[in-house]
Design a protein around this ligand. Structure first.
Ligand code: NAP
Length: 317
């Protein structure tokens, strides 16, 4: 229904309602800019799936990602930024007016802040697809409680894998952490906790080759890269935390990306296209945290506000 699509103008259109998008919305809307956030899934992004966050300032005790997001969302609403649950299907980032298309409407905005985040990388081994939702999970917060008193494995050696392995010990009687090297990537504070937890056993230098079972997972076939031997590990569930892939498909042909597909921005969070900013997990950076995501969002909104001011005499009515 092309003809029925309405044209609506905003100062700032934010793509993605994770911490970066919400942080950007607070700064943009509080700065008096007409602000809209588009979200295709659920408000909050990946952090909603994290059971315990203990390094976000302002909370003395660990809190859930969901709790943090609920608080940020209320702040966004207080400044009257609109949240539209519409999936963006195309963006034209060039020129003074950016065009954002969703299935419902075509929107125009003076600036765009792209905060589309990232999604979990898959193992890509036999059995993964078959057992997804029946033993293979990418979210310990969602599915961990199903494994009370049972045996699970986590794959990965980064912050996510090690943190979630610790979280899973709340339910499981045994948690194997399978890592492809002999050195964890996770920060030392998190590693120390895992190494001291007697429910966690680390299986070093190993990769999952196959996931076997019937109605549910029964075994993992592991390959030890040092000994070059295969072995079988009996588990009831497998949690995969082997990194993230940027959601860049709306912009990949237009915006400069690094070799892994993360968006390149300058210190103002501007991309190679004037008036088009990016923030949060989607950008190339060294530290992916809620605190850096909201900070990126704030910087992008601040930069967008300045860009609009600098070009105010050029925008059509
Ligand atoms: P990550 O830091 O990229 O770690 C991915 C891990 O998976 C690495 O240990 C990697 O091994 C392993 N891996 C990658 N591909 C694999 C494969 N095909 N098979 C087996 N193992 C594989 O990803 P992440 O842990 O999801 O974290 C993503 C970002 O979020 C990071 O910047 C992280 O710091 C941040 N984060 C922070 C916190 C926190 O501070 N509380 C919590 C969660 C996430 P190698 O080590 O050999 O490369």
């Amino acid at each position: 229904m092309e003809a029925e699509k309405k044209q609506i103008r905003y100062d700032v259109a934010i793509i993605g309602a994770g911490p970066a998008g919400l942080g950007a919305a607070i700064y943009a809307a509080r700065g008096g800019l007409k602000t809209v956030i588009f979200e295709k899934g659920f408000v909050g992004g990946q952090i909603v799936l994290t059971a315990e966050v203990e390094n976000y300032p302002g909370f003395e005790e660990p809190v859930s990602g969901y709790h943090i997001v609920e608080k940020i969302k209320k702040q966004v609403q207080r400044f009257n930024a609109e949240i539209k649950m519409e999936e963006v299907s195309a963006i034209s980032p060039e020129g003074l007016c950016k065009i954002i298309e969703t299935d419902e409407n075509t929107y125009r905005a003076k600036t765009v802040i792209y905060c589309a985040g990232a999604y979990p990388r898959k193992l890509a081994v036999p059995g993964e697809q078959k057992f997804t939702g029946r033993g293979v999970s990418y979210c310990a917060t969602c599915d961990g409680a199903l494994y009370k008193g049972r045996i699970v494995a986590v794959v990965g050696g980064g912050d996510s894998a090690v943190e979630e392995a610790i979280f899973l010990t709340t339910f499981a009687k045994k948690v194997y952490l399978i890592h492809r090297r002999d050195d964890l990537r996770a920060v030392h504070a998190i590693q120390d906790k895992a190494l001291k937890n007697n429910k966690i056993e680390i299986i070093w230098n190993s990769v999952v080759q196959e996931i076997e079972g019937d109605n549910a997972i029964r075994n993992l076939i592991l390959y030890n890269k040092k000994t070059e031997q295969n072995s079988s590990l009996a588990v009831d569930g497998l949690f995969v935390y082997i990194g993230i892939i940027p959601n860049n498909y709306l912009v990949e042909s237009r915006i400069d990306l690094d070799e892994n597909g993360f968006v390149l921005t300058d210190d103002n969070r501007q991309t190679n296209i004037p008036g088009f900013y990016a923030a949060g997990d989607i950008i190339k950076k060294v530290l992916r945290q809620v605190v850096t995501a909201v900070s990126d969002g704030a910087t992008a909104a601040f930069s967008a506000e300045k860009w609009i001011r600098d070009h105010s005499d050029q925008f059509p009515e």
